[in-house]
Design a protein around this ligand. Structure first.
Ligand code: NOJ
Length: 732
């Protein structure tokens, strides 16, 4: 059967690769396996930058590109080079000065937009609309390629079950089924249908694999999991990316059951090449080859390079081990030349497939101007942003705010007018100047008078000053408090010990509550936050994550009802940090949590999350009825009728979950197996039909074989992972 991966092997390209490789020296081959980042030679203090992210600091740093290596054909790729002129200048050296003229591959972290920054991936997934993600990835690719790039280090498809882990922001949340749908959609968006189309870029499924399972949510930490869990939970989004034809994978920083994933033959070769049939190349994460030494898995850089390459890594991101050490390792007979050749072949294959040999310069200044931050891109950014918002509470239908009745609004909080923080993590090609803040969005959307006071800063470094905020609240008819996390509080190396509001923000909310004014809390953050007091005391609660350049208009659309919120959580929101990791699709214990003392629970707090996976409200209500199940040998048809029982038009994400009741391994209490987003007018009903493939109901058994075991299954169709109409069927 032809798969997208098998289609990457084209005889005419393989012949060209043979021709080139026959002429290459060992050092030139080692060069192809080498990805450099511009080295910062002028003093640059990363710690200071992370404390106070001022992009101006970069301007003073001097960069070194090792241009002499390019001219000798000893570099294969770059990361982090920005600017069309700079990219084209370096490319010219490779193409015109190097002996074989092999073009360089330029990659960058274009994670949720290039200049038009879209919502962070976690937020975008809350739309439950993979097609939306395909579109935003396509625009990101258009802007990035217009700026000269060929390759993005996205999508990040790591399953994340622990909100302490800052990188939960970068993926599609905790579920393998939903995560797979988003992984495939994003790959399709970045790469398009024609790989050589200069308006698209190569995608990269990362971080392979298990990275999100870091113990205690601490970034880079060790990961231990059953191989069945690896196969059933963590692998599916990577498999979906491979099936969608992704051209590259990135190996991770973490070890998996004791073997670092950047030198793990089982995952990189047996699973990736064997099981998934992947034909692109694997790049290591940044210096993750060098870090094999710190892991205690390699004796020195040379040993590290050898182990990584033998395991199945093809390109070395920034360690330079492969360039420096390969020739010696091959000559000493400890690294077979075949292994090097195979890696070179995979990298050249991607360069050919991208059409780089015919078109090494991706773009021109005019093309860049025409394709950056266009009106259509901004419109999509607004659409994606409002679809990412999750309404968590709406007591007494306080939202949407009435434009007729409300004359004065107090907008309070450190994130109300904080353009930089709307960009979220991994948005360094974006600019806060392009962002419409929430305050500006609200001001433009209403005739009411808007009073603004930050009240405090985000992290509590400055003393709080609530007086002005309280004064504004007292004068207004409603308070909109915009609180949460700064952009730097999530993403890489941004794990947190607490999941509350940082600094004085919760005290600010408490002071606002005391004014007695209706309190609408707008959260902006990169991870689920455990906020029981807020959930209890806010009149309305909107989770807006980090929405990108159109944050303000999108939030205003929802606050004033121009858009009826339709987002649903893709990660469980814990009640308290001590519940982490927490996820809906957990196996049952022998003593499921209950009121009885000797059950699996806590003595000092609830075992239930604050909000379950799949949860999200609308300005209307939906009723579910008439669950019908039609069993079949290959397919089970499940349907239910969903009716809009409220007074406004609204969208609902109808979710289907199953449970394998008794199996040879303990199965999750629920597993998502289908979802559909539907739009209904008031009183309108629709029968939603799901076709469940019996083959998709299985799992990896003790012997690691995938099996669908006969027996009883439960099924739910409902509005989130904790509710739904319940039925059952038998698999025979
Ligand atoms: C490290 C990160 O883990 C990875 O996601 C990123 O793509 C690389 N650095 C390159 O910036």
């Amino acid at each position: 059967m032809q798969t997208k991966q098998s289609q990457l092997i084209k005889p005419e390209i393989e012949t060209k690769i043979d021709g080139l490789m026959a002429q290459m020296t060992l050092l030139e081959k080692a060069g192809q396996l080498t990805q450099l980042g511009p080295s910062i030679v002028g003093g640059f203090d990363f710690n200071a930058f992370m404390e106070n992210p001022d992009p101006e600091m970069f301007k003073n740093a001097q960069l070194d590109f090792h241009e002499d290596w390019i001219g000798k054909g000893e570099v294969g790729a770059y990361l982090g080079v920005q600017g069309l002129d700079e990219i084209n200048r370096l490319q010219k050296i490779a193409v015109e000065q190097s002996r074989l003229g092999i073009p360089l591959l330029f990659g960058l972290d274009v994670i949720h937009g290039y200049r038009t920054i879209f919502p962070i991936p976690l937020a975008e997934a809350c739309s439950w609309e993979p097609e939306l993600a395909r579109k935003t990835a396509e625009v990101a690719a258009r802007e990035a390629s217009a700026a000269g790039l060929h390759w993005t280090f996205a999508p990040m498809v790591d399953i994340a079950r622990d909100a302490r882990w800052g990188r939960i922001a970068e993926g599609a949340g905790e579920d393998p089924y939903l995560g797979s749908a988003f992984a495939a959609a994003r790959v399709r968006g970045f790469q398009g249908d024609d790989l050589s189309d200069p308006q698209h870029v190569a995608a990269c499924a990362k971080h392979y694999i298990g990275y999100g399972g870091a113990v205690a949510g601490r970034d880079y930490n060790t990961v231990e999991m059953a191989l069945q869990t690896l196969q059933d939970i963590y692998l599916p989004p990577f498999a979906a990316a491979a099936e969608a034809g992704v051209l590259t994978f990135m190996s991770g920083f973490n070890d998996l059951n004791g073997v670092p994933t950047s030198a793990n033959r089982y995952t990189l070769t047996e699973i990736l090449r064997g099981q998934l049939g992947f034909n692109g190349f694997v790049v290591s994460d940044s210096n993750s080859i060098g870090e094999l030494v710190a892991h205690g898995y390699a004796a020195d850089r040379k040993d590290a390079g050898k182990k990584a390459l033998l395991a199945g890594v093809d390109m070395d991101m920034v360690t330079k081990s492969l360039r420096f050490d390969i020739p010696e390792l091959v000559e000493a007979g400890v690294l077979p030349l075949d292994v090097v050749d195979e890696a070179v072949r995979r990298i050249l294959r991607v360069k050919f497939l991208l059409g780089l040999f015919e078109r090494p310069y991706r773009s021109s200044a005019e093309n860049e101007a025409a394709n950056t931050l266009s009106a259509a891109h901004l419109e999509l950014a607004r659409e994606a942003a409002r679809r990412a918002i999750v309404l968590l509470k709406n007591e007494g239908g306080i939202l949407p705010l009435s434009q007729e009745k409300i004359r004065k609004i107090a907008v309070i909080g450190p994130l109300a007018d904080s353009p930089f923080d709307m960009l979220g993590s991994w948005a360094f090609t974006g600019s806060p100047r392009d962002v419409v803040s929430i305050l500006s969005g609200i001001k433009s959307a209403t005739q009411a008078e808007v009073l603004y006071a930050p009240g405090c800063d985000i992290n509590g470094k400055q003393p709080a000053d609530f007086a002005q905020a309280i004064e504004a609240a007292m004068q207004a008819e409603v308070v909109i408090a915009v609180v949460g996390e700064s952009a730097r509080m999530s993403g890489e190396a941004a794990s947190r010990l607490e999941l509350g509001l940082p600094g004085h923000q919760e005290s600010l909310l408490k002071a606002l509550k005391e004014t007695g004014k209706p309190l609408v809390v707008v959260l902006s953050n990169g991870r689920p936050l455990a906020l029981p007091w807020v959930a209890q005391n806010a009149d309305a609660l909107l989770e807006t994550w980090q929405l990108g350049v159109q944050a303000g208009p999108a939030v205003a659309d929802v606050l004033f009802g121009a858009y009826n919120p339709s987002g649903k959580l893709v990660a469980t929101v814990p009640y308290v940090v001590g519940q982490c990791p927490i996820y809906y699709n957990h196996p049952n214990t022998g003593r499921p949590s209950g009121d009885f003392w000797f059950t699996s629970r806590y003595i000092d707090g609830p075992f239930e999350p604050l909000y379950p996976f799949g949860f999200g409200l609308s300005y209307t209500t939906f009723a579910y009825a008439d669950l019908e199940i039609l069993p079949g040998a290959k397919k089970i048809t499940v349907s239910a009728t969903v009716t809009n029982t409220g007074t406004v038009m609204g969208e609902e994400v109808v979710q289907l979950y199953i449970r394998d009741v008794a199996a040879s391994r303990v199965r999750p209490v629920r597993e998502l197996k289908g979802f559909q987003k539907i739009l209904l007018a008031p009183e309108q009903g629709q029968t939603v039909v799901f076709e469940l493939e019996v083959a998709s109901l299985g799992f990896h058994a003790e012997d690691m074989q995938y099996v669908v075991e006969p027996g009883q299954f439960k099924v739910w169709v409902g509005t989130n992972s904790a509710e739904g109409l319940e039925g059952e069927f038998q698999v025979r």
